[in-house]
Design a protein around this ligand. Sequence first.
Ligand code: ATP
Ligand code: MG
Length: 352
Amino acid sequence: MGEGKNLVGVDIGTSSIKVCQLKESRKGYGLVRLGYSDLAPQTIVEGQVMDSGAVIEALQRIFRDSKIRQKEVSLGVSGQSVIIRKITVPRMTAQELEEQIHWEAEQHIPFDIKDVQVDYQVLRERPEASQMDLLLVAAKKDQINDYAQIVREAKLKPVIVDIDAFSIQNLFELSRGLPADQTVALINVGASLASLNIVANGVSAFTREIANGGNVITEEIQKQLSVPVEQAEAYKTGGVGDGGMIPQQVVQVIDAVADSIAAEIQRSLDFFMATSGEAEIARIFVTGGTANLTSLGQAIERRSRVPVEVWAPTERITVDAKEVDRNLLQNKAAQLAVALGLSMRKSKEQRS
Ligand SMILES: Nc1ncnc2c1ncn2[C@@H]1O[C@H](COP(=O)(O)OP(=O)(O)OP(=O)(O)O)[C@@H](O)[C@H]1O
Ligand SMILES: [Mg+2]
């Protein structure tokens, strides 16, 4: 994995910022710090930071309140401006590939190549066909720069920027291992996005992001019951209702929107199955704040006919310092996959 200290994982999501610091030992990973702050609606819209002052203020407050002294962080990016593709190129040496990658990338990316940061990994060499399979990752420099700049303005030092889907995959690998002979799907459903990562034989084979998540459910409750957003959110999360009762209509809205998210996920699964030649998906793991809604997992299972498990990203993480708020950890567990995955990264890593 590499040398040096674990970086502090920082996940700036649409609804909230999640920050984790891990300490690695022979026993495994211990959580030494945990920070969390909700963000007001409209602070971040579709991956665009609209109110950077609010994000900077929240980051500084999180680091201060949760007593994180380390400034070096790894930062997650997601959103429609990240593209991940499995591509096939003629077989070539590592150096040739380094020179050719921009040209190859251009064929597969709908953005101007000048505007994107390109990275890649060789998945498989196929000498018999004189070809090789690559995982190509491109993220718009704008978005990376915006997020990195915000982090710097919060007096932190971004050392690594990683894609949310890969951070989750790294954590999942630690937690469950990646089966060498199976295909599994990892799904993260947050506030504004649902991201899907299909991992076949231990490597990512397909990723997609769907612009649908928990916010749509809250908005729909708000609309159909004519209640303020706070009330809608409370109904959804089972927090408070009028006299503690949750109207039946709320359950119906949740079920309906969960089913629409499941339908979009199913379209991506169908696309993957039709184009990849993979025989079957063995299991689907769902995480993210919206995975707290049991009807979401049920809807995905009903549509996909694949066993669905709600995966708690904290399952293999022990608490290793009194500073960690255990209540917070328990309440927000489902939302921590990205931040925990990011906090497994180290300051001096070898390129894999
Ligand atoms: N107990 C719960 N029941 C239902 N929904 C919940 C619960 N807890 C959190 N959520 C929802 O989960 C979402 C937040 O999850 P998460 O932190 O994973 O998203 P995010 O990272 O902020 O957003 P995104 O990844 O889309 O940018 C919100 O929509 C919130 O309402
Ligand atoms: Mg998120």
